[in-house]
Write a protein that binds this ligand. Structure first.
Ligand code: NAP
Length: 485
């Protein structure tokens, strides 16, 4: 029989989508289209451009294994630099012709002809044999339902939709939320604000790191001159980084206690004022939430024009914010650093699978997938960075690549006429999710804090295993876990 070329549509051109496009092209697939709703590639790095945005993972690790960049200027790159890197990678690897920007997919339906029909916001219809959802995790901004917020007469801006025209200099600024974003934005806006009020509902542990450090002088030249050395170093750092992070997060050990001790020392050493320190002291273990890293937040919040406000917000008025103790603070600008709907994945896209089952119904009790990538009821559909992706431990670039290589193996079976449809079984998915639940028990994420890692049902939506387990689970498809047609 002759080979057939699968028509593949990848949704999203962020880290996961760029990786998938590269891997599929490298494996010789020629009918690959990437649909991206933004006006540029980069995903989270395209949408986020708030002041102070800087990746808190060192740049020599936070990059694609297949496109290492020797000449990062900073040890921890800014958001703008990372976004430029994504654009460069797409251009350099010749992926741009595969990508259609400004193309939002609003629906995907599987039909009896055994293919997917996708509908875009502009009403265009596209047909594919396989769909890969690379739609990201931290994508849909969460806007809190605070009484009176709509009545505020000044600007209200969510950090993930920052208005670059917004002038905050000399203004009285309120920042709500103290995740990684809130901490970065407060540190950046405080020096030039008239005043800054940081509204904190639950304090965060904040690890100190010298985020302003430049890459070692001469390092870029050496790494560029010796690409093999660069790749070896990248591999070493990525392996070491994920081994350490997996170790401290997934099992109780002296190493976990050492990192937690460091977090406690960071607060004790940097904040000498006992009253302020008490307000900054979280009531749960360090590392339980996504760890915040900053070299400047404690300095910013100690400044004369800064105030840490831990009384709950009662309401927002036309001119400011009133807290539960009755205090009203006049405010010019409200910044919502309130995070994301982290468990939407491809939704609100309308995804209709076999027997007209919708993804909302399939995930009524929370998102679930087999090994992060396959969903029962949805043949020929895969996710990259789907449910249980390791946002707390292993590099997302690495995970994307391993998952894309796994998907490519299924596509090869289609190309070789070994199958037309592939759908994971309910039993295999349940077995995987049971294993996840068991492995989650000794993790630090499960030690009693509220974080975006938790689904509405209270499950931790992360990867509780190590990198070797990921490699083994996604190394090659296990046909016994699938219905093949
Ligand atoms: P987040 O960690 O989910 O934090 C949201 C914050 O908003 C929390 O402090 C939350 O308080 C608060 N909040 C939500 N609703 C509220 C309300 N009604 N009243 C008062 N406070 C409210 O979101 P994020 O800071 O955007 O970070 C999300 C993730 O993005 C990070 O964990 C990280 O993975 C990623 N990120 C990475 C970087 C980087 O440098 N690599 C930078 C930024 C973000 P509670 O804790 O009480 O719920």
């Amino acid at each position: 029989m002759t080979a057939r070329e699968p028509r593949v549509i990848v949704i999203g051109a962020g880290v996961a989508g760029i990786t998938t496009a590269h891997v599929l092209r490298e494996r010789g697939f020629t009918d690959v289209t990437v649909l991206e709703k933004g006006s540029d590639v980069g995903g989270v790095w395209y949408w986020n451009h708030y002041p102070g945005l800087r990746c808190d993972v060192p740049s020599q690790i936070y990059q694609f294994g297949f496109a290492p960049k020797p000449d990062w200027r900073d040890t921890w790159a800014t958001g703008a630099m990372i976004q430029r890197y994504h654009r460069d990678v797409v251009d350099r690897l010749g992926l741009a012709p595969l990508i259609r920007l400004d193309t939002e997919v609003i629906a995907a339906e599987w039909d009896e002809h055994r293919h997917w029909t996708l509908t875009t916001a502009a009403g265009q219809r596209l047909v594919a044999d396989f769909v890969v959802c690379a739609t990201g995790v931290l994508h849909h901004p969460f806007i809190p339902d605070i009484p009176g917020l709509a009545d505020f007469t000044g600007p209200v801006v969510h950090t993930a939709r920052w208005d670059d025209e917004l002038d905050t200099d000399g203004k009285r600024i309120a920042v709500i939320g103290t995740g990684s974003t809130g901490v970065q934005v407060v540190s950046a806006l405080q020096p030039r604000a008239a005043s800054i009020g940081h509204y904190v509902r639950s304090a965060q542990w904040i690890l100190w790191a010298p985020m302003w450090l430049r890459q070692l002088p001469g390092a870029a030249a050496v790494l560029a001159r010796f690409p093999k050395l660069h790749r070896a170093l990248y591999r070493l750092m990525a392996l070491g980084g994920s081994a350490l992070l997996t170790d401290v997060t997934t099992r109780e050990s002296w190493r976990r206690r050492a990192v937690q001790g460091y977090a406690r020392a960071c607060l004790r050493i940097q904040v000498r004022d006992k009253a302020l320190r008490a307000k900054l002291q979280p009531g749960y273990q360090p590392l339980c939430k996504r760890q915040v890293v900053s070299g400047s937040y404690y300095r910013a919040i100690r400044a004369g024009n800064a105030e840490l406000i831990t009384d709950g917000i009662a309401d927002v008025t036309a001119r400011g914010i009133r807290t539960a103790d009755g205090t009203h603070r006049d405010t010019d600008v409200i910044v919502l650093a309130t995070g994301f709907h982290a468990h939407n994945y491809m939704r609100p896209m309308r995804v209709i699978g076999r027997d007209r089952i919708s993804i909302d119904d399939a995930w009524a009790k929370g998102p679930r997938a087999y090994r992060m990538t396959a969903i029962p009821g949805f043949p020929n559909l895969f996710t990259v960075l789907g449910p249980n992706s390791p946002t707390g431990s292993i590099s997302l670039q690495y995970t994307s690549e391993v998952t894309a290589r796994y998907i490519a193996q299924w596509l090869e079976k289609f190309r070789n006429n070994e199958l037309t449809t592939v759908e994971v079984t309910e039993q295999a998915t349940t077995r995987f999710n049971d294993d996840v639940a068991t492995a989650m028990s000794p993790t630090v994420w499960n030690t009693g804090c509220n974080s975006w890692y938790l689904t509405e049902g209270g499950a931790v939506d992360l990867w509780p295993f190590d990198r070797a387990t990921m490699d083994a689970m996604l190394g090659s498809p296990d046909p016994a876990d699938f219905h093949l047609g």
